[in-house]
Each structure stands twice: as structure tokens, then as C-alpha cells.
Design a protein around this ligand. Structure first.
Ligand code: SF4
Length: 453
């Protein structure tokens, strides 16, 4: 017997009588945090309302949507985890257990996808579950049939990507982000993916694709055609049979009370399903033709991002001092200062990260620029990391009271230095870390807004 471990498809584990459990909650600065991905890939609005009630009753009422599209329930205590699990089960939500096989959030709905990812993802998840292999809990596996919200921008240890060949989907295998040159039917690529899963397991229970010896991988050939960048999940999508409105909580964090208002309004407007999307978005799905402009206006009034070009979507920021006891800076204030006072950095070409401590919860991978709590001359400060993670050494630090000025100065310097037609990313690359550090820590503060963070 196996459980449904996919992130979409029918909740077959419910039918099989499996016992739903939340993945082991993690300790954070504001208590325990439970991460939830529904095995069905979506929530009914009724189930989502029940989940929000449970987050309020058993947690702090604060929730996050992660960059990969997982839901995090914050502020739990050890004794509140079991009643939260029971409430989630009572709402008919089956959490995805074991190794999740992720797929595009509009899988099965989007007429522009090359293939519906669901059947293949379910098959692969079941094969992995039945294999008995000991795999790293964070092993990331994606089945991507394409479409508007394809997952090219999401990293994975193993990826199956569909592209059309003579009108039929041809599935390509990627391992550790690299093409393997292997492509074939869905059945053939399940076998190929399982072979890689087995080789990863043979490297140890914590192994990832990066641990595979290079000579154990098939040789690469560039058979995969580069796709257009995926659309932002924020906005309205008319998909033929369905309409979707995507909104994003600012910096991925939201209060259950605010989301409840939004879900009730979506329900009243005939939208019956909630999905989560990579890019920290909340998707409301309903039948084609439903009006969504009033819902978008309400979302905006409640502080959600409703436009795909909103600069807040360009910044990964953790809860910071507004929700985490480990934080030493107000990450949201830093991010808002970046948006308001350093517009030259907000052209969309840069990956920006603001972190309340070196742990870097909001973005485990490197960013072009990371602003992180640091110490400067033994005092609380703000550091800037270039091309690295929150835990890497900053190229410069400023005392916290000078942090706002340093961000403004860096933005002004880029605005003055950037060449015609050049992006901010290209400009910073041309100038290099030493000059970025000089601009951030320099004495160019005359006439610059000194508003604190
Ligand atoms: S990175 Fe942010 S959310 Fe994570 S522990 Fe540090 S301050 Fe808290």
C-alpha cells in the first residue's frame, strides 16, 4: 500500500485510510513552525477557512508562503501540534508526506501546458514511496509539464520536463539542474528517474544530486529547448474552463484574519479553490467568466501584492523582528526602504534578500545582494553580502542607525553609475564587490534621507 505523495491529483491517501501527520515542526524564533503542502495540490475554500481558524487557535495566526509554494503555520507550541494536526485532518486536508513531487501550480488547468504533470508525478511519487529507499527529506523532485507557471526557475535534484516533439510530449530528465541528454515517454523517464533516485540513495540517507559522482551521470546534450521565463503568479489568468486570480502576501507573510476576509470574498464571488504557487503566491480558482476585480481591490486593501510588476515581489525577506525572536533587524522596514529609496536596484534584474540573522530562512540559496543583520564596531548593524547567502561574510557593514543611509547611498551610486541600456545586475557585476562595499559604507551621506530602519 502506498500514500499519495504528489502535490496535486486526487487525495488517494484519504481513500486508503492513511493517518495524516504534519512534517516534524521546526523550532524558530517565534515557536514551532509547521510546513504544509496538501497532497491534493489545492484546498477547497471551506478547508482553507478551517485551516486559518486552526492557525489562529493553535499558532500565532501568522502564516508564510515559501518561495517553493509551501504553507508555513507559525507560533506553535509543542502541545498545540497534535490538535493542529487533528484540525487539519478534520478539514479533510491530507498533508503531503515523504518525498514530495512538485509540479506547476496550474497543472491540469492550463491549456498552454505541453502535458498534464499530475499522472506522471503521482506515479513517480508512488514508485519512490514503495521503493523503501532512505532519502534525504529535502530531496527535491519536480515533474513539469510546462504552461504559464512552469518551474524552470525552481531548483530540484531531479526534474522531468515536457516539451512538444511532433505534437507529442517528450519528457527530458535533468539531474542537479543539468541536462542528462535522456528523453523519452513518461514511462521511460519514470524508470530513468528511479534509477537516479536509487543512485542518490546509495550515496547515503542525506545525499542529494550534487553528491553523485560526475562519471555516474549520463552525458549531457542540449536537447531541451530554452523556454520563455515563466509568468508571475500574480494577476488574472483566463484558462478557458477556469479563471485564476493570483495575489501575494507582502514578503510572503500574512495574518490569518486578513486571509480569511479574502477567502470569504472569493467564496462569495464563486471561486471555490485555493492553490499555493512558487513565488509566494495564493491562487484563487473558479469557473471561467467569474469577475475578480473586486477581489483584487480587497486584496490590495488588505496589504497583498496584486500587480505582477510590484517591486516587493523582487525581494525575499524573512519575518524579521515582526515575527521572529532571533531577528536583530526589522527586515520589512529594510525591504520597504530599498523599494522607496533605492529604485535603481529595483529594475527586476537583481535577486535581493533581506535577512534578520545569518540563518537566511527566506532564501537559502545565494542572492545578488543580501542585507543581513550584522555587527559593526561591536554594535548592532547591517551588512551587505554580494553574490552569497545570509551566512556569508558581508563585504561591508554599517551601524544600524546608518543602515538606511547606506542603502540609499548604494541606490544613488548605481543610478549615477549605470550606463545607458545596462541593467542593475550588469552594472553591479561590472563594478565588483569592492566598489559596492565602498558605496555602501562610504561617506556619501550629505543630503541623503536619514530615516531610520
Ligand atoms: S532568518 Fe529571519 S526568520 Fe529565520 S531565524 Fe533568522 S531572523 Fe528568524
Amino acid at each position: 500500500m502506498h500514500r499519495d505523495r504528489t502535490t496535486t491529483g486526487s487525495p488517494s491517501a484519504l481513500r486508503r485510510g492513511a493517518c495524516p501527520t504534519l512534517a516534524a515542526p521546526m523550532q524558530t524564533g517565534d515557536g514551532l513552525l509547521a510546513r504544509l503542502r496538501p497532497a491534493s495540490g489545492f484546498f477547497t475554500v471551506d478547508a482553507f477557512l478551517a485551516l486559518l481558524d486552526a492557525a489562529d487557535a493553535f499558532g500565532s495566526g501568522r502564516l508564510d508562503i515559501t518561495a517553493r509554494g509551501n504553507l508555513q503555520i507559525r507560533g506553535l507550541r509543542a502541545e498545540s501540534v497534535a490538535p493542529l494536526s487533528a484540525a487539519i485532518a478534520g478539514a479533510g486536508i491530507m498533508p503531503c508526506e515523504g518525498i514530495a513531487v512538485e509540479m506547476p501550480p496550474l497543472a491540469g488547468l492550463d491549456p498552454s501546458e505541453v502535458a498534464n504533470s499530475r499522472p506522471l508525478a503521482r506515479e513517480l511519487a508512488d514508485r519512490i514511496g514503495d521503493s523503501g529507499l532512505h532519502l534525504a527529506p529535502k530531496l527535491a523532485i519536480i515533474v513539469d509539464g510546462g504552461g504559464r507557471l512552469h518551474l524552470d526557475g525552481v531548483t530540484a535534484d531531479i526534474k522531468l520536463v515536457a516539451q512538444a516533439a511532433s505534437g507529442q510530449p517528450l519528457w527530458h530528465l535533468l539531474v542537479g539542474g543539468q541536462q542528462t541528454g535522456l528523453a523519452g515517454t513518461g514511462d521511460e523517464m519514470i524508470e530513468a528517474a528511479m534509477s537516479v533516485v536509487g543512485r542518490i540513495a546509495a550515496c547515503g540517507p542525506a545525499a542529494r544530486a550534487r553528491d553523485l559522482p560526475a562519471d555516474r551521470l549520463p552525458s549531457s546534450s542540449s536537447s531541451l529547448v530554452k523556454r520563455d521565463i515563466a509568468m508571475s503568479p500574480v494577476g488574472r489568468f483566463d484558462l478557458g474552463t477556469h479563471v485564476v486570480l493570483g495575489v501575494a502576501p507582502t514578503f510572503g507573510q500574512m495574518e490569518a484574519q486578513a486571509v480569511r476576509q479574502l477567502v470569504l470574498a472569493a467564496m462569495a464571488g464563486g471561486l471555490s479553490e485555493v492553490r499555493l504557487a512558487p513565488g509566494r503566491a495564493l491562487l484563487f480558482v473558479g469557473p471561467a467568466g467569474r469577475e475578480t476585480s473586486a477581489l483584487a481591490l480587497l486584496a490590495k486593501a488588505l496589504g497583498f501584492v496584486v500587480e505582477a510588476d510590484d517591486p516587493a515581489l523582487r525581494i525575499d525577506a524573512c519575518a524579521g523582528q515582526r515575527g521572529c525572536a532571533s531577528a536583530r533587524i526589522d527586515t520589512h522596514a529594510v525591504a520597504e526602504h530599498l523599494i522607496a529609496h533605492a529604485p535603481a536596484l529595483m529594475d527586476g534584474s537583481l535577486d535581493l534578500h533581506v535577512s534578520g540573522c545569518a540563518k537566511g530562512c527566506a532564501r537559502p540559496r545565494a542572492a545578488d545582494l543580501t542585507l543581513v543583520a550584522a555587527f559593526c564596531d561591536g554594535q548592532p548593524g547591517l551588512g551587505i553580502v554580494v553574490g552569497g547567502r545570509a551566512g556569508d561574510s558581508p563585504v561591508a557593514t554599517k551601524r544600524l542607525e546608518d543602515g538606511a543611509c547606506a542603502i540609499t547611498a548604494l541606490g544613488q551610486w548605481v543610478a549615477e553609475t549605470i550606463e545607458k541600456g545596462e541593467s542593475a545586475a550588469a552594472c553591479l557585476k561590472r563594478l565588483g564587490p569592492a566598489r559596492i562595499a565602498a558605496a555602501f559604507s562610504g561617506a556619501r551621506f550629505n543630503g541623503i534621507d536619514h530615516a531610520g530602519l
